[in-house]
Every structure is written in structure tokens, then in C-alpha cells.
Design a binder for this molecule. Structure first.
Ligand code: FES
Ligand SMILES: [Fe+2]
Length: 356
């Protein structure tokens, strides 16, 4: 059970951006009524907007006429106007005006449609579905105990592919080395741990079953008081939801990685808690959260620089088992898409052991 396992057979999957999924696009608070913003998601140009009634919409951010970025134009809360020749588009993509066309000339506005994307806003997060059109959209990540908006949101751009960003979320062995901190954990606190895992139903993912928070996760105990229990859920393509609760308070953390392009990934982190009277703490928590994300970013960059030399690498048991699951489920995601069938989660409940 302890031999190193080569992961070289996963080379065809590495860095591949999975389509057919919801991706975190922006926190809702970033987008006021009547505003629009450009996002690049999986290499696609996306116009994200909020109409005057407060409803969020997403269009391909290139004008169907000559490709101009529509977000460089104007938005009156109802229609987007291209800055070049003034073609106008409703929030569902219908073209409503082509100022240069005479009567009887084709095309007329009714012949034209800008591409629109499915979009959803939940718990203060805006998600955009990237993939082939379908009536069967997958469910959004479930955030237990999360309110309408996060108490805190931070994000950081990682100059690496999606896999390097995601596997940092499921790597239990780096904490004491990358996130050295007295409130978080120290190297001296490393001890043997045993965690049970089960597959997530109806999605490609797994859950670290609810368990008492580790004795070296001091931050939880200080913040939530009592004896918190925690549960962590990972679902492909790239979300991690952590839920920790005592009998009185709870904390929910969402981490979602969104590929900007094949070589750049945005890591979004939204935090919710029910502990009252913490407004003054927010700037401090924000600083710590950003520092934490940046530590992960530095670690990933050092790994990326090493990997540029194509060294042989290995995934060890059991500390790297979740990374192997990630690649296994990713392979299944792509195979199911190629074969036109529903993906099958082949993971089974198991207990893993490591020192961290
Ligand atoms: S490029 Fe947009 S109206 Fe011509
Ligand atoms: Fe980390």
C-alpha cells in the first residue's frame, strides 16, 4: 500500500480545460445594476452584465458584425450597444437594431443573434456555464449554511494551468510547509491522520466525511469556539466546499478555480460564517486569506518551474490519492463526453492515512 505510483499515463489529461460545466465568473457584488464587465473564461470572451431589474446575463463579448468587444460599448440597463457601428443587443442576445441597414437590405436586426451563455447567481456568486448548449444543465455546487452574500471574497490569478491550481486544494501534505503560521499549523504539529472518504452522488467528486477538526487547525477552534466538525467536498471540474460547524456556529468556504486560458487560472474564494459581531475582524481575515492563497500560488510556481524540465514525478499513497482520483475522474469526464453518455463515478468509500 505504500509504493510510489507513476502518474505519467495522465499526460494526455494535463492542463485540459473541461467543458460542459458551471464556472465561477465573479462575485455578484462586483456587478452593479446597469453595468457590464469582460471576463475571459476557458479562452472564451464573455460579457457579464446586470440589467436594470437586477438580473444577471452573459453574452459572447464579440460583436456578430465585425468582432468588436461589446463591453467597450454602452449598456443602458436594457440593451448593449456595440461601440463600432451601433448594433444593439437585448440581454438574451437578440439583435434589436442595425442602424446602417436600409429597408429591404439583409440582414435586418431580426436575422442576427449574439451568442448567450447560461448564467446563475447563488449565494452572491455568479456562475457561467461553458460548454455545448443543453437543456440539462448540471447542478450548481451546494453551499450548506451559506447566506445571500459571502462575508468575505478574495481571488488571486495563478499563472498556471487548471490542474496545478486545483490539485493544491486536495493536497493534505503541504500545509505545514507552505502555510507556516502560528494560528494555522506548524511543522512540529504534524501527526498521523486517518480520514474517511465517500464518492459524491450524481457528480464526479468525493467527500472527506464529517469529522472533528484536526487538532492542528487552531484557527477553526478560535473562530467557531467549541469542537468543530468539518466536511470537505470536491467536485470536478474545480470546486472545493468546506463546511465546519459547532452546535452554535458554522463556517462555509467555497474555493473555485476558473481557467482564464490554458495557462492562467483564477482562484476564487468565498467565505460565509454565522459567528456574530465579526465585522471588525474582516480586514484581518481578508489579509490572512490572501496571504494563504499567495502561499499556494508561490508553491505552484516553484512546481511549475521544476516541471518545465519534464522530470519524472510520482504520486504516493495515501497523501496523493486524492490527486489520483482527480485525474481518474477527469479522464472519465472526457470519456463520457466523447462517448455521449452520462459519466460514472467509480470511486468507493475508503479510509486514507497520512501525516500532516
Ligand atoms: S462591429 Fe459591432 S456593430 Fe460593427
Ligand atoms: Fe494550500
Amino acid at each position: 500500500m505504500t509504493e510510489p505510483v507513476s502518474d505519467s499515463d495522465d499526460s494526455t489529461l494535463k492542463g485540459v480545460m473541461l467543458r460542459g460545466a458551471w464556472y465561477y465568473a465573479a462575485p455578484g457584488a462586483e456587478l452593479a445594476r446597469g453595468r457590464m464587465a469582460h471576463k475571459t473564461l476557458l479562452g472564451e470572451p464573455v460579457l457579464l452584465g446586470r440589467d436594470s431589474a437586477g438580473k444577471v446575463f452573459a453574452l459572447r463579448d464579440t460583436c456578430p458584425h465585425r468582432g468588436t468587444l461589446l463591453t467597450r460599448g454602452a449598456f443602458d440597463g436594457r440593451e448593449v450597444e456595440c461601440p463600432y457601428h451601433g448594433w444593439r443587443f437585448a440581454t438574451d442576445g437578440r439583435c434589436t437594431a442595425i442602424p446602417s441597414q436600409c429597408n429591404g437590405q439583409r440582414p435586418q436586426a431580426g436575422d442576427i443573434r449574439a451568442v448567450s451563455y447560461p448564467v446563475a447567481e447563488q449565494h452572491g456568486n455568479i456562475w457561467v456555464y461553458i460548454g455545448p448548449r443543453t437543456d440539462n444543465l448540471p447542478p450548481l455546487p451546494v453551499l450548506p449554511d451559506a447566506g445571500d452574500t459571502p462575508q468575505l471574497y478574495v481571488s488571486l490569478r495563478f499563472p498556471c494551468n487548471i490542474d496545478l491550481a486545483v490539485i493544491g486544494l486536495m493536497d493534505p501534505a503541504h500545509g505545514a510547509f507552505v502555510h507556516k503560521s502560528a494560528v494555522w499549523r506548524t511543522r512540529a504539529s504534524i501527526h498521523e491522520k486517518q480520514k474517511s472518504f465517500s464518492p459524491v452522488k450524481d457528480a464526479l467528486g468525493w467527500r472527506m466525511d464529517r469529522h472533528p477538526a484536526s487538532s492542528n487547525s487552531r484557527a477553526y477552534k478560535i473562530f467557531l469556539g467549541g469542537r468543530p466538525e468539518t466536511e470537505i467536498t470536491y467536485t470536478l471540474p474545480s470546486t472545493r466546499v468546506e463546511h465546519a460547524a459547532t452546535s452554535r456556529y458554522s463556517y462555509t468556504g467555497l474555493t473555485a478555480c476558473t481557467p482564464v486560458t490554458a495557462d492562467v487560472t483564477d482562484v476564487h474564494h468565498a467565505m460565509y460564517w454565522t459567528v456574530p459581531g465579526t465585522a471588525l475582524l474582516r480586514p484581518l481575515v481578508k489579509r490572512v486569506a490572501l496571504k494563504f492563497l499567495d502561499q499556494d500560488r508561490q508553491a505552484v510556481l516553484a512546481m511549475q518551474e521544476g516541471l518545465a524540465f519534464s522530470p519524472p514525478t510520482m504520486l504516493v499513497r495515501d497523501a496523493d490519492t486524492q490527486v489520483r482520483w482527480y485525474y481518474r475522474l477527469k479522464r472519465e469526464w472526457l470519456a463520457a463526453q466523447t462517448e455521449g453518455r452520462a459519466p460514472v463515478n467509480s470511486l468507493t468509500p475508503v479510509t486514507l492515512k497520512w501525516r500532516s
